[in-house]
Structure formats: structure tokens, C-alpha cells
Design a binder for this molecule. Structure first.
Ligand code: AHM
Ligand code: MG
Length: 354
């Protein structure tokens, strides 16, 4: 490769087309869809960066000084993504965190089904903390003469043909996979273009970070409690204690885990038996990315998360994902202490304090 070529920046568009050209007979539809999502991401990014000033000019639901209605950012992002997905008429069904029902797109015969969380972590907007967009793309399985049916939406994560996220952080970065590795593109806002910045991302085999909302400790399973205690023990030879990092914004927490290694866990618990996060537009897309980068994403039984049966479009799921070595160690703890009941019940705690 000539030095000139090496120095040349690759745009998201170019990269997508290059990927498509590797498949003989590829129609270019998936490429088009990814480009449409990239465009929506740019528009959302611009709006996210304006959020603070928008607040000065008028709170969501009110009218700003220009007389325009100020929309909540999550509603705005949902609309932008829906417009993007409608552009190329290749998506027939969209399931969004923002909409209770599935959205049947105008193009009834489109071959793709898209799950999305248009603005994840939106409770963090008010405090200037990173937020993100997550998406998972499936091919419909029913005959596409007519509108898709339920089975088209209830496919396991392993059937995803592409998945990605956009992180609106100190810079905006789009990370996606089509099942051939993971690549990341950073937005240059001055020219409105995404450039390849993280090519063929591999998650470290091991990382000394753990990311979990530890406030819920008392309602976790004994195995998870023991694993987190293990993470905090002092043992230089195994790089412990690990460092705790929890932003409370899944896209940001997973992005750090992808680049630095370690674990991101949102577990089942006594108070949230099915966890909190949504299987189809939070857990599965991230699981696909992490696996493609060489990591693991499992459930509480140590089984592959992407094989989890899908019963409802908005179903919740626990998720344990990250570096192979860390996830395997965590799974060992979960298995070893499986039969034990979780920490002291609230009643017992009350008794102990009176
Ligand atoms: P949201 O979809 O309502 O924004 O909630 C999802 C977010 C994730 O980004 C994050 O991982 C999690 O909720 C944090 O939850 P908690 O505050 O319980 O730790
Ligand atoms: Mg969410």
C-alpha cells in the first residue's frame, strides 16, 4: 500500500460499499440501510449536542423562542430513525423502544425487520452524560408478498444480519457489524462525515474492569455476589482488585468494555427477575457485536444470549457480556452457587436492624 493510500481516510459510505463488493450478487440493500442509519445518526448527534442550549431556549413540550415546538430528544430520535428506515423502502417492520406496537412500514414487501432503541440512556441527557442509539437488523422469514407476521419479529438474536450502535459521547462514534468483524467510525462534525477510526475491533481476552449497578447487590444471586466480591479482592498476580466503571448508559458502558475489556452485567435480581434491559434492541445487538469482536455474551445459566427464545418484542433479559476470560470466570461462580438462595430477604434485614 502506498503511503498516500495509507494516509487516506475511509468514509463510512466507502467502507460499506467495499464490504458489499466482497459479496458476488449482493443487492446493496443492506448497505443502503446502513447508510440511511448513518444519516439519521448524524442528525441525532447534531440535536444531542444542542440539547443544553435547547433547554435554555425552551423545555421539551414547550415552544422555543423561534416559535418551534421543542420535542423531547427521544421522540426526535425515534422520528429520525423511522424516517431513515423508510427512505429506501426495504424495511417492512420496525420495533422501537418508543412504540408499544410494531410499526408496519409503508413498504409492506421490504425484506428487513429492524429493532431499535433510538435514544438509550435518555435519563442521562439532563446531566450531560453519554447516550446512544442501538439497532439490530433481521431478514424477514415470511413470504414477502404481504406484510410481515409475528414470526418475523420473534427471531433469536443469532439471526441478526447486522447490528450496531451510535455513541454520542465526547465524539460521536458509530460501531457496527454485519457478521464479518466489528468496525467503528468517528464523526467529524465540521464536515458531517463518519471516518473509519477503529478497524476490526477485537475485545481483549481479559480486562480488569467490571461494570454493574452495585446498588442492587443485595438482590443479586449468590453466584453473582461472590463473583463481584472476587473482582474486589486484593491479588496482584491476577490484576485484582479490578476497576469498577459504571456510567448507567448501556452504549457507553458496552463501548468501553469492547475497547478495554472486562465485563458489563445487567443481571436478573430479586427485584427485577428478568433484568431491566430489553432483549431485542439492547442485549442482542450488543451480544452480536461483542461476539464478533471475540468476546462472549451469556445469560444467567451460562448459555449463549443470542440463542434465547423470543416471546415478546419488548421482553427483558439479563445480560452478562465482555472479555472471554472474565465472562467464563463469572459463569463459573454463577454455576457453583446456583442452588443457594440470594442474600438476606428484606424481612430478615428489617429484623436485624430492630
Ligand atoms: P432506558 O432505555 O430507559 O434509557 O434504560 C436503559 C439504561 C441503559 O442504558 C443502562 O445500562 C441502564 O438503563 C441503567 O440502569 P440502572 O439505572 O438501573 O443501572
Ligand atoms: Mg433503552
Amino acid at each position: 500500500m502506498s503511503p498516500q493510500k495509507q494516509d487516506r481516510l475511509i468514509t463510512l459510505e466507502e467502507f460499506i460499499i467495499q464490504g458489499q463488493n466482497r459479496f458476488r450478487g449482493a443487492t446493496g440493500d443492506l448497505s443502503q440501510l446502513l447508510r440511511d442509519i448513518g444519516l439519521a445518526a448524524k442528525i441525532i448527534s447534531r440535536e444531542v449536542n444542542k440539547a443544553g442550549i435547547t433547554n435554555i431556549l425552551g423545555v421539551a413540550g414547550s415552544t422555543n423562542v423561534q416559535g418551534e415546538a421543542v420535542k423531547k430528544l427521544d421522540v426526535f430520535s425515534n422520528n429520525q430513525m423511522l424516517h431513515a428506515l423508510a427512505r429506501s423502502k426495504i424495511v417492512s417492520l420496525v420495533i422501537s423502544e418508543e412504540n408499544e406496537e410494531m410499526i408496519r412500514m409503508q413498504s409492506s414487501t421490504g425484506k428487513y425487520v429492524v429493532f431499535m432503541d433510538p435514544l438509550d440512556g435518555s435519563s442521562n441527557i439532563d446531566v450531560n452524560v453519554s447516550i446512544g442509539t442501538i439497532f439490530g437488523i433481521y431478514m424477514r422469514t415470511s413470504d414477502n408478498e404481504d406484510y410481515p407476521v409475528d414470526v418475523d419479529a420473534l427471531q433469536p438474536g443469532s439471526q441478526q444480519v447486522a447490528a450496531g450502535y451510535v455513541l454520542y459521547g465526547s465524539s460521536t462514534i458509530m460501531v457496527y457489524t454485519t457478521g464479518m468483524g466489528v468496525n467503528g467510525f468517528t464523526l467529524d462534525p465540521s464536515i458531517g462525515e463518519f471516518f473509519l477510526s477503529h478497524s476490526d475491533i477485537k475485545i481483549p481476552e481479559f480486562g480488569s474492569f467490571y461494570s454493574i449497578n452495585e446498588g442492587n447487590y443485595s438482590s443479586w444471586s449468590p453466584g453473582l455476589q461472590k463473583y463481584i466480591e472476587y473482582c474486589k479482592e486484593n491479588d496482584k498476580s491476577t490484576s485484582r482488585p479490578y476497576t469498577s466503571r459504571y456510567i448507567g448508559s448501556m452504549v457507553a458502558d458496552v463501548h468501553r468494555t469492547l475497547l478495554k475489556g472486562g465485563t458489563f452485567i445487567y443481571p436478573e435480581s430479586r427485584t427485577k427477575p428478568n433484568g431491566k434491559l430489553r432483549l431485542m434492541y439492547e442485549c442482542n445487538p450488543m451480544a452480536f457485536i461483542i461476539e464478533q469482536a471475540g468476546g462472549m455474551a451469556i445469560d444467567k445459566n451460562g448459555d449463549r444470549l443470542m440463542d434465547r427464545e423470543v416471546k415478546q418484542i419488548h421482553q427483558r433479559s439479563e445480560v452478562y457480556l465482555g472479555s472471554r476470560e472474565n465472562i467464563l470466570a463469572c459463569a463459573d461462580f454463577m454455576k457453583k452457587y446456583k442452588s443457594q438462595k440470594s442474600g438476606p430477604s428484606e424481612k430478615k434485614l428489617e429484623e436485624a436492624f430492630h
